[in-house]
Design a protein around this ligand. Structure first.
Ligand code: C2O
Ligand code: CU
Length: 468
């Protein structure tokens, strides 16, 4: 996953004499990524090693026909440029792709029944959009989601901006677990009693489908570490040992003020971008660890190579900005959204899978499952108008709540102070937290709002907003 940065490439070009002294005057070239257009993204079953012991059968992955890794490819596009991908479904069940965090037209959003037909085995579906925001995003199915994501379908989508500061390297980390038994094969994806609480945890933890991998990066250099929490359940408390790092973006969006990384919580659906200052000495290691469990677990490491570049975190210019969320507070309409537990209305059978239980609800209504006649929208929003979601979590569990198609701004919480402006698409609701999320309804269509602990999503904690 390590890729040389523009800086490294420019440097080697200069060494090779290709640009000579005029280099600094050249437009900032962008190397590579003459992606075939569209990318052919095949969802398929494979057998691969995940636990370091044996082959796991019927793992699901995406292939773009170019990456040689078993894990889904890291897709890249420039902000504002056209991204096109054709999903080719060779699974033996229907699927779709949702582009998490990307503001795109409703019919490209990948929610079966609501925004597109599900894609049958053997069929394909063409996605195309031009992402307006730069940052770290990801993609995953929205059909039989617990099984399909649980078995591997989740990849990173990186939207680059040519004006971003120059790093000496970049590492993308896709963090997720697997529910495997001692024989390396999948076990039941969930336990009902856990689905009614925190969700069911995996048994094998991976980064980029590997057990605590190590990536090389230039000694003393600045590395952009892009992290996505793609696990269906796990919330991470991340800490970095052995190197200094700054948090530079959360959920794709640059933070207003960089802060040194002490410990940071990221929950399913969320992303985190760090600027890591690599150790000076060759072989020096920085280790990212999850300290949420009582025994901290190594997630991945970076190892210094070469002689120190002697860079400084303070040298790093700001990330290119995203549009932000411009609220008309004086005229904003408030919408209450209550997250609660329920036992009513066990999920209905659906071609996109049901867990057969109902444990959770939004505004007292448990989502019955994906179907051709979904329940009414939670609210109808008027295009261009401002809204404040007053979300209240009255359960004793945390819920990373996610809105499709639009960004919101977190205005206030009764539990923590919010660095302003915090723009996001996924917010971790703590137990008993009340939060105000402000947004402008600037994207037409039906947009799902759900918990990203997939068992919660699939047992009721889902609804949608209609923008008309
Ligand atoms: Cu990651 Cu409904 O989404
Ligand atoms: Cu939840």
């Amino acid at each position: 996953m390590f890729r040389p940065s523009r800086r490294t490439l420019l440097k080697s070009a200069a060494v090779a004499g290709a640009y000579g002294a005029g280099m600094a005057l050249l437009p900032r070239i962008h190397v590579a990524l003459a992606a075939p257009n569209p990318i052919l993204l095949e969802a398929r079953n494979i057998d691969t090693m995940l636990d370091g012991k044996g082959l796991t059968r019927k793992v699901m992955s995406y292939s773009d026909g170019r990456s040689t890794e078993a894990a889904p490819p890291v897709l890249r596009v420039q902000r504002g440029e056209k991204f096109a991908a054709t999903l080719i479904n060779t699974l033996d069940e229907p699927s779709t792709v949702h582009w998490h965090g990307i503001r795109l037209p409703n019919d490209q959003d990948g929610v079966p029944f609501l925004s597109q037909p599900y894609v049958y085995p053997g069929d394909r579906f063409d996605y195309a959009f031009s992402p307006p925001d730069a940052g770290t995003f990801w993609y995953h199915p929205h059909c039989n989601t617990l099984t399909q994501m649980g078995r591997g379908l989740a990849g990173m989508l990186i939207v680059e901006d040519r004006n971003d500061p120059v790093f000496d390297g970049e590492v993308a980390l896709n963090l997720r677990d697997w529910r495997l038994g001692g024989d390396s094969q999948f076990i039941d994806q969930f336990k009902p009693r856990d689905a009614a609480k925190t969700g069911t945890f995996g048994t094998v933890r991976t980064a980029n489908w590997q057990l605590a991998p190590t990536y090389d990066a230039p000694a003393g250099g600045l590395v952009r570490l892009r992290i996505v929490a793609s696990d269906v359940t796990r919330i991470f408390n991340l800490k970095l040992d052995g190197a200094e790092a700054d948090i530079i973006a959360i959920d794709g969006h640059p933070v207003p003020e960089r802060m040194p990384l002490d410990m940071v919580v990221i929950s399913p659906g969320q992303r985190l971008d760090l600027a890591v200052r690599m150790p000076d000495s060759e072989g020096g290691v920085a280790t990212l660890a999850d300290i949420r469990p009582s025994t901290p677990k190594a997630v991945a490491s970076l190892r210094s190579v070469g002689t120190s570049l002697k860079r400084d975190l303070g040298d790093l210019g700001p990330l290119a900005e995203n549009a932000g969320v411009d609220i008309d507070m004086a005229n904003a309409t408030e919408i209450p959204l209550l997250l609660s537990a329920t036992a009513e209305n066990a999920g209905k059978d659906s071609i996109c899978g049901t867990l057969g239980y109902s444990f959770w609800a939004i505004n007292k209504k448990p989502w019955p499952g994906d179907s051709a006649d979904p329940m009414d929208p939670i609210a109808e929003l008027k295009l261009g108008k401002s809204y404040i979601f007053n979300v209240e979590n009255v359960t004793p569990h945390a819920h990373p709540i996610h809105l499709h198609g639009m960004n919101f701004k977190v205005i206030a919480s009764n539990k923590r102070s919010i660095q302003q402006p915090l723009v996001s698409d996924t917010y971790l609701m703590l137990p008993d937290e009340k939060v105000r999320l402000a947004l402008v309804a600037d994207n037409l269509g039906d947009w799902v709002f759900h918990c990203h602990i997939i068992e919660h999503q699939k047992t009721g904690m889902t609804g949608y907003m209609r923008v008309v």
